[in-house]
Design a protein around this ligand. Structure first.
Ligand code: G3P
Ligand code: MG
Length: 257
């Protein structure tokens, strides 16, 4: 199956314009003519797949505590829009099912990032892929990604023909300083049989991007909000970039690549 990526993928929906990981964000991206969005998926305490980034509720909701210790019934009472702007007050945390319905309605491609709470790497993938399999037919416009190798391993084993992306952030040393890319990334990508390598912008050097291309994989970069960076990545052969301001990046990319 050929993967039909778009040049720009709305990060957490369209995170500069609408609260991240919400139905409003999905519609905002679609209204801008963005063709793909990325959303983070994790499980509530009672195994409901929801769209949410952090392990804790404080930053983006009026609740507190760990997502992994909160039931869906309790999460439903929270709102996740006020922190972003008063006009988004009352926005609810979407379930994966609600997000999929909105994505299909708006004819968007979907990068589902499996973002499990610690220790739930396997279950999160199983539940999310099970839900997705009930709805999603267009596998050319679906990418399952994760930083968690266990999650990608499970995805490979239970839905081997769906495209997977290996997310790579800078490795950290004991002092917390960046130490560049995981030196074993090529072996990991090979073992997990991924189609894309999704690189944090700070480790996405020209050489590493070329290495990805030489392996016949797609290089994707997150999170690119500066048009100058975007043009440079494009000139190095990057096919798709995640952006909080996907309209700005799309406008500034060359149409002929
Ligand atoms: O998938 C790209 C990007 O979303 C990875 O980082 O922390 O924004 O989920 P994060
Ligand atoms: Mg993400």
């Amino acid at each position: 199956m050929t993967l039909k990526l778009s040049k720009v993928i709305g990060h957490r929906g369209a995170a500069a314009y609408a609260p991240e990981n919400t139905i409003e964000g999905i519609h905002t991206a679609a209204d801008m003519g963005i063709e793909w969005v990325e959303l983070d998926v994790k499980l509530t305490k009672d195994d409901v797949p929801i769209i949410f980034h952090d392990d804790t509720l404080e930053r983006t909701t009026n609740g507190s505590g760990l997502v992994a210790e909160t039931t869906y019934e309790d999460l439903k009472q929270l709102e996740c829009g006020s922190w972003f702007g008063d006009s988004f007050a009352g926005t609810k945390i979407p379930t994966l099912e609600e997000a999929i319905e909105a994505l299909i309605n708006r004819d968007l491609g979907f990068n589902m990032e499996i973002k499990p709470c610690a220790g739930r790497e396997k279950e999160t993938t199983e539940v999310a892929l099970d839900m997705l399999s009930n709805y999603w037919d267009d596998h050319a416009r679906l990418l399952i990604s994760s930083f968690q190798h266990v999650s990608l391993e499970v995805a490979r084993d239970i839905a081997g023909d769906w495209s997977r992306g290996l997310l790579l952030a800078p490795e950290k040393n004991a002092q917390g300083d960046d130490e560049g890319i995981n030196p074993d990334w090529k072996d990991v990508a090979d073992y997990l049989d991924v189609r894309t390598v999704n690189l944090g912008a700070s480790i996405a050097t020209r050489d590493i991007i070329q290495d990805v291309i030489d392996l016949d994989l797609h290089p994707l970069i997150y999170t690119v909000n500066d048009p100058v960076d975007a043009r440079q990545f494009q000139s190095w052969g990057v096919e798709a970039m995640f952006s909080d301001e996907p309209d700005v990046i799309l406008e500034n990319l060359l149409t002929v690549h």
